[in-house]
Design a protein around this ligand. Structure first.
Ligand SMILES: CC(C)(COP(=O)(O)OP(=O)(O)OC[C@H]1O[C@@H](n2cnc3c(N)ncnc32)[C@H](O)[C@@H]1OP(=O)(O)O)[C@@H](O)C(=O)NCCC(=O)NCCS
Length: 201
């Protein structure tokens, strides 16, 4: 997925088979225990992906607790990130990177575009959107997804809430810059109706 040594990613279609979900049920953190089955299946899918991705860098995950902010606690020497939506879960891990975040997003429909544009986009990003409505939909979904992934990449280091307008995305270079000056690299894959973003440095 990423052209970087020491990085491993795994994506899966949801829901996983019943027997796999049963096997991975013990990985569900407390916050998911009372969720509806569909949401539990998403969270379990992400843990299955995390175990598979970790094996890709020769790490055998035995647990993945969350801290009080909901941020996964990876074993020493590993950084990583999880994301899940209705039909997909993804995990990415690394033994070499400092910051790493992932996000999977269903392509926004037009009503979501209208609802979220002002919240998500800085004036410069808004200006850079295509006049073609379909292309602009992909662009907004991608900027949103890159910012969510950047939040997950930066939070373990900064430990502060980040607003969408504190991040600026350059879609040509796939750079994501925090107002503090931290600059991260993005990697985007667009798949039938979905955007998957990985942000790292
Ligand atoms: C963390 C957040 C971005 C997750 O996005 P989401 O669309 O709700 O859900 P996703 O499936 O993509 O990601 C969820 C995973 O992110 C991870 N996560 C949650 N909080 C996290 C944090 N503070 N730091 C890093 N990772 C975090 C968890 O692994 C979680 O999955 P889990 O609950 O199954 O363990 C979102 O919940 C949030 O807290 N947003 C507030 C900040 C924000 O959005 N700012 C604007 C963007 S800059």
């Amino acid at each position: 997925m990423l052209p970087v040594a020491g990085v491993s990613a795994r994506l899966c279609a949801l829901p996983l088979p019943l027997e796999v979900r049963a096997e991975y049920a013990r990985w569900l953190p407390d916050k998911w225990q009372n969720a509806v089955e569909k949401r539990k299946a998403q969270a379990i899918g992400a843990r299955w992906c995390a175990v598979a991705a970790a094996r890709g860098v020769s790490v055998e995950l035995t647990a993945l607790p969350l801290d009080e902010a909901g941020c996964p606690i990876w074993p020493a020497g590993l950084v990583g990130s999880l994301s899940h939506c209705e039909s997909k879960a993804v995990a990415v891990v690394s033994t070499t990177l400092k910051n790493l975040g992932v996000d999977v997003e269903e392509l926004f429909d037009q009503s979501k575009v209208e609802l979220l544009s002002d919240t998500v986009l800085t004036p410069r990003e808004k200006h850079s959107l295509s006049a073609d409505a379909d292309l602009a939909r992909w662009q907004l979904t991608t900027i949103f997804s890159l910012k969510e992934a950047a939040y997950k990449a930066l939070f373990p280091e900064l430990r502060v809430f980040i607003d969408f307008h504190q991040l600026e995305v350059d879609l040509d270079q796939l750079h994501i810059t925090h107002e503090s000056g931290h600059r991260l690299q993005g990697h985007v894959s667009q798949q039938v109706g979905h955007v998957i973003s990985v942000v790292y440095r």
